[in-house]
Design a binder for this molecule. Structure first.
Ligand SMILES: [Zn+2]
Length: 266
């Protein structure tokens, strides 16, 4: 199968590119064979990219894709007020079908605007997985682990089932990760269990971190350490880790993250 993309502004992301030029790209059997001006070859499919940018797909590092249906809903509140008094109560009423269609809408929006991979944490994860399978996007998905004790146990069981059912599915486009919600919603026991499961299946952890000053204050009050130190002491950084937000980190936190197998994304 040969695909020829004609006349696009080529951005190759090598950091060596001085000028953005109009060129053609020839793809053969899913591999880029040539990038040059005016390729004169026959192809099974020719795409006219005149006036368009051609670049590697964007990666959306942190998401709850089904939440796109809440876009603009009470968006003028502080995070904790918004979560506890607006979002969590309506999330309790979401059905599996809601999650499926909302995820599908987000997948389509991402594809249309150039995102080809996203990293997600939510619930009814199997419904988001179906949306990924059907739309052709690539995703890291996980069932959020929130709360503690028996509640967390139930969610860990769901997370494990999602891993068994969906990891590597959709022609290898679905990767399952393990997402404890945040330092302020997961106690050490829950985090230790998450680390255990991540090690067992060799999957990354995806967790919110230091999203607000209030989170830092609350964790400091309860555990006498920063959220980053708390995650480290619970063993979270012993596995590859994606940290969402990291807005309020101090220089010691940044040093801890540098040494860990962790990446921060906003
Ligand atoms: Zn989030």
């Amino acid at each position: 199968m040969k695909i020829l993309i004609k006349n696009g502004f080529i951005i190759d992301m090598t950091h060596k590119q001085e000028n953005i030029e109009i060129k053609d790209i020839l793809i053969e059997n899913e591999k880029i064979k040539k990038i040059q001006k005016d390729i004169q070859e026959t192809a099974d499919k020719i795409i006219d990219a005149t006036g368009k940018v051609v670049m590697p797909g964007l990666i959306n590092g942190h998401n709850h894709v089904a939440m796109s249906i809440f876009r603009g809903y009470s968006d003028d509140l502080e995070l904790q007020d918004w979560l506890q008094n607006v979002i969590w109560p309506i999330e309790d009423r979401l059905t599996k079908e809601d999650i499926y269609f909302a995820s599908k809408l987000s997948c389509i929006e991402m594809i249309k605007s150039g995102t080809t991979t996203f990293n997600d944490m939510y619930f009814f994860t199997e419904e988001t997985a179906k949306a990924v399978e059907e739309t052709g996007i690539r995703a890291y998905l996980g069932r959020t682990i929130i709360m503690n004790g028996e509640e967390a146990e139930k969610r860990l069981e769901e997370a494990e089932n999602v891993y068994k059912e969906w990891n590597g599915k959709a022609e290898g486009r679905i990767y399952i990760n393990l997402p404890p919600h945040a330092p302020y919603t997961c106690n050490p026991e829950t985090l230790n269990k998450c680390v255990e499961m991540a090690k067992k299946y060799h999957i990354p952890i995806h967790v919110h971190l230091s999203e607000t000053e209030k989170e830092n204050e609350d964790v400091q009050k309860e555990y006498h350490k920063t959220p980053t130190e708390y995650l480290k002491d619970c063993g979270v950084f012993e596995v590859p880790c994606i940290l969402a937000h990291g807005v309020h980190l101090n220089s010691k936190d940044i040093e801890i993250i540098k040494k860990a197998k962790a990446r921060n994304c906003t």
